[in-house]
Design a protein around this ligand. Sequence first.
Ligand SMILES: Nc1ncnc2c1ncn2[C@@H]1O[C@H](COP(=O)(O)OP(=O)(O)OP(=O)(O)O)[C@@H](O)[C@H]1O
Length: 273
Amino acid sequence: MNTATDRKPVSIIKTNEPIKEETKTIYMVNNFNLWYGENQALYEVNMGIPMNKVTAIIGPSGCGKSTFIKALNRMVELVPSVKMTGTIKYNDNDIFSSKYKVEDLRTSVGMVFQNPNPFPKSIYENVIYGPKTHGIKRKKILDEIAEKSLKEAALWDEVKDRLHENAFGLSGGQQQRLCIARCLAIEPDVILMDEPTSALDPISTTKIEELVQNLKKDYSIVIVTHNMQQAARISDKTAFFLNGEVIEYNNTDELFSNPNDKRTEDYITGRFG
Ligand SMILES: Nc1ncnc2c1ncn2[C@@H]1O[C@H](COP(=O)(O)OP(=O)(O)OP(=O)(O)O)[C@@H](O)[C@H]1O
């Protein structure tokens, strides 16, 4: 749900450097359409998602933001009635091709959800869960992975003395950083984030936003957010979705300061949504 705060006109707190032409594209989405049964949720989506940048997906409730990012890791196919046309290429591989294994895609593309969802296990076991299921058994290596991932997720200092305590003992914001650490432990190239801060308090939100900024050195990040100030603060590119269509996709500073489409302008200035 949008809040009144989200609807305030957006001020650019941080201007991002423009995407240079030579920036590599990690995902290329072409003429992508998606239906749930008879209802079309995405229409002719065309987007290149840049490598090592933060791409924000904004738009009003029900416009297809979650559907879009769940298509990027093929999670959307868990809904049996889903039909799709068009292509999504990840590193030049057609992700829907029968030759491309969904397991390979999921190893390269991690996901963080709206509500922190740690497993009912210790902090340590949460982080090493992925590497263990991929067959890593040596304790020394698992210890190294746990420390590295928790450091990258800016959580290590807070949990290093309680690694074997239950993850549910952490605060909501810490649990979300733990989920990010769990995602980093499988060494993905891409992190998909579906409203990762909407259940968090402002301080935890700021920590996650700072973390996202640091992580883009090593990862390509796609973040769905209802919060336009957040998109303006942390993303390099922003796509505005409306009724399943991409209305505008541009460098974030340009989209917010000089939108090309009246509907984008109306949305970012709080006239609807
Ligand atoms: N599992 C599903 N089965 C049928 N229809 C669905 C399903 N999930 C989403 N939809 C429909 O697809 C459309 C897009 O939904 P989606 O959740 O992608 O939007 P959203 O922009 O992420 O919304 P919100 O901001 O409220 O999370 C909506 O009309 C929604 O009702």
